[in-house]
Design a protein around this ligand. Structure first.
Ligand SMILES: [Fe+2]
Length: 141
């Protein structure tokens, strides 16, 4: 029997369309990473600091916009390679990588500047600490 006819006969084709629904719901959840249940476990935010509660002030990247650029600051110490901010990562509204700034903890402060020309609606910034993981913030454009 032809495979497609066989599957249709079993009603599998109808089942396949309903299987897509959870995937769509998951995608929607990922497009709101600030409210996702991954916040507080896989990464951290001001409102979901998870196991790092109390570290919000020194790890959430603060974003200031000036025209088509942003300045990002993490109010974190740079204690050599012992404890420092490794990088800032800029993501677009679809959580796609745009660019990153790597820091040398022996000479840099955890401050970066980014051109946001071409970004729409919102952007996300990740600040990565070598001890306290990844912290996410968002800016609505
Ligand atoms: Fe830290």
């Amino acid at each position: 029997m032809h495979r497609r006819l066989f599957l249709k006969g079993l009603g599998v084709i109808g089942v396949a369309s309903s299987v897509v629904l959870p995937k769509i719901a998951f995608a929607g959840d990922m497009l709101d990473p600030m409210g996702s249940k991954l916040a507080g476990s896989l990464y951290y935010t001001k409102d979901a600091p998870g196991r790092w509660k109390g570290k919000e002030e020194t790890h959430v990247p603060m974003i200031e916009r000036s025209g088509n650029s942003i300045e990002v600051t993490t109010g974190h110490e740079m204690d050599g390679y012992v404890h420092y901010i490794i990088k800032h990562i800029l993501l677009n509204e679809n959580l796609e990588f745009v660019e990153e700034t790597l820091f040398n903890p022996e000479i840099d402060a955890p401050i970066s500047e980014h051109d946001i020309t071409g970004l729409n609606n919102r952007l996300y910034m990740v600040s990565l600490c070598n001890k306290h993981d990844a912290w996410l913030n968002m800016l609505t454009l």
